[in-house]
Design a protein around this ligand. Structure first.
Ligand code: SF4
Length: 289
């Protein structure tokens, strides 16, 4: 997307009566016009500007400052606290850069969330990751997401673990987040695998928000990204009809079903209304922070 097109999209979005905008990519920080676009977002009236980044450019203190002076929140990709695993997942020697970037971000005072994609290489040490984040200076949130087998992952299907293989590691890590007071949410997990942490489901929390409008290059985009994801990217099993959470659960990524099938999904008989109340309370509490 060239500068003029990006500027036009920012103007268009500013007419939609929302105070938040997310700048994403590709990798937005490698654009020559990133500062100009962030400034324009502010001038257009957005009071919450979120940047999604792999963080590599932000290892440089001066660049990190230029960016963090202009945004309120940063979603930063970090898929392991271990150098060997992080570098293997990213396919480059980037771990040290990421750690320096994380230091620059937490020192800046912006709201930092690390995006952590759960996969075959890192699920066994999720609790170690939570410990690492809890020891890092500054308040850092975690956005877990179960690997969606698309892009590189589609060509590397081995990286997609079975849900049942990760269940215990995930539940332990989420409980540790609670214990350490780390704000977290988790995407791409069916509710039957969230073991009491259902109200941290990204999909349920999004239902409390205004719909996300997505503007891609050219004419690509979605007026309601959540609905698109629910209807087009997820799948459930026949047996879900017996589940008390059927009407609020999105199931699994479609590609997951193609790789591992849907036999692991199992109906639960949890109190749906109680979960929805907890989601609302958690969402409101988070908004006030
Ligand atoms: S059985 Fe189906 S509807 Fe119920 S929680 Fe699991 S995936 Fe969701």
């Amino acid at each position: 997307m060239d500068t003029d097109e990006a500027k036009q999209k920012i103007h268009d979005l500013s007419c939609m009566d929302d105070d938040a905008i997310t700048v994403t990519g590709g990798e937005p920080t490698i654009r020559d016009d990133i500062i100009e676009l962030l400034d324009l977002s502010k001038d257009c009236g957005f009071s919450i500007i979120e940047l999604q980044t792999n963080g590599l450019m932000l290892e440089d203190k001066a660049i990190a400052k230029e960016i963090t002076d202009r945004v309120q929140t940063v979603l930063f990709a970090l898929h392991s606290h271990r150098k060997d695993i992080s570098d293997r997942i990213t396919g480059e020697k980037s771990f040290e850069k990421k750690i320096r970037a994380l230091g620059n971000l937490s020192a800046s005072g912006v709201n930092v969330t690390v995006s952590h994609v759960i996969n075959k290489l890192n699920h066994a040490d999720l609790s170690g990751f939570v410990e690492f984040i809890s020891r890092h200076p500054g308040k850092i949130n975690i956005y877990f997401s179960f690997v969606r087998p698309c892009g590189n992952a589609r060509n590397n299907r081995w990286i997609v673990p079975k849900l049942s293989e990760t269940e215990l590691d995930i539940c332990k890590a989420l409980s540790l987040c609670e214990k350490k007071g780390i704000y977290y949410h988790i995407e791409g997990m069916p509710l039957c695998y969230l073991c009491g942490h259902e109200h941290h489901s990204s999909e349920l929390l999004r239902d409390c928000e205004k719909p996300f409008v997505y503007c891609g290059p050219d004419e690509s985009g979605h007026k309601n990204l959540h609905e698109f994801g629910k209807n087009s990217l997820k799948v459930k099993a026949q047996i879900c009809r017996l589940c008390s959470l059927d009407s609020i659960c999105e199931g699994v990524w479609k590609e997951y079903g193609e790789i591992h099938g849907l036999d692991e999904l199992y109906p639960v008989f949890s109190d749906k209304e109680k979960i929805l109340r907890n989601v609302k309370t958690f969402f409101e509490r988070r908004k006030r922070q």
